[in-house]
Design a protein. Structure first.
Length: 296
């Protein structure tokens, strides 16, 4: 028994028990799993999946300006990212309202400009290492201040989602009913509040996963969860569980094989997505097995 438990302990438990940086990375990743993945479920249900990707790129100019002003100050970069994300969301909404462009087209155009601007600003005022750190993050490099930011955002996000849950569900599935029965809250409040939560989680995620990877932990588990369940509560729980599993697996693989932590976590989430495509009730294999043409 000891011969079996020894290698298991060394592979799965020892990295977290021996090293504080692994424990901080684990707590940060699990906190993001609880807060970001459920938001991804709502994004997919609202057919706004690309919005998360667009906003993750849109925060980059704000992060870059914070970096230019205060260096690698987490507070400055986080504040800049939040402001930039909300500004881009507002601009995209205004373009959709005052022109003939649809929201997805305006978001695509604006986030590409924002990404180019952010990369240019960081590259012109920092080193190649600074650029890579901001774009791809480092979960294994999360310090105490970064952990407090992630934990604070995750706590506020989960509480806010619980308070907004009924309104978000109505606004997602039956906006006509919500408009007719406002319950004292204008419908646009739910939309803007939801977008604020998305931006806050993306900004919190850039510390561990980078601005390019943060959206992966939000969207991949959410898309996978839809293949497993039809009910919203089950999808929310499944998405958080898959995000947590991908986070733990990614951290361990990054530690043992010396790979970048952020991309490794997202690659693990991608592996779970591929498994869901194959084995989930809404995936290929069960649908093929239930098909009447299989026996033909």
């Amino acid at each position: 028994m000891d011969l079996l438990l020894g290698p298991v302990w060394e592979a799965l438990i020892s990295p977290f028990s021996e090293f504080a940086f692994m424990r901080r990375a684990l707590v940060a990743t699990l906190a993001l799993s609880l807060s970001a993945a459920p938001l991804g479920v709502f994004l997919t249900l609202r057919r706004m999946s690309l919005l998360g990707d667009a906003l993750s790129h849109a925060v980059l100019p704000g992060v870059a300006i914070g970096f230019m002003v205060s260096g690698l100050s987490l507070t400055a970069m986080a504040l800049g990212g939040v402001l930039a994300g909300m500004l881009v969301a507002g601009i995209a909404g205004a373009v959709t309202h005052f022109t003939t462009l649809k929201e997805d087209a305006s978001l695509a155009a604006i986030y590409l400009v924002a990404l180019a601007l952010g990369v240019t600003l960081i590259a012109s005022h920092g080193t190649q290492l600074d650029l890579l750190h901001i774009l791809f993050g480092s979960a294994l490099g999360v310090d105490s201040s970064g952990l407090r930011l992630v934990a604070g955002v995750a706590t506020c996000s989960v509480l806010a989602l619980a308070v907004m849950y009924r309104g978000l569900v109505l606004e997602t599935f039956d906006p006509v009913y919500l408009t007719a029965h406002r319950h004292g809250v204008p419908p646009w409040v739910w939309q803007q509040g939801f977008l604020m939560l998305v931006v806050l989680n993306l900004v919190a995620g850039f510390q561990t996963l980078g601005t390019l990877m943060a959206v992966g932990l939000m969207m991949l588990p959410a898309v996978s969860a839809r293949l497993w369940h039809d009910t919203l509560p089950a999808q929310l729980l499944n998405a958080s569980a898959q995000a947590a599993l991908a986070g733990v697996a990614g951290l361990l693989l990054s530690y043992h094989f010396d790979t970048p932590s952020g991309p490794t976590i997202i690659a693990c989430a991608g592996g779970l997505y591929a498994t869901s495509l194959l084995l989930a009730p809404g995936g290929w294999l069960p649908r093929w097995w239930a098909s009447p043409h299989r026996l033909a």
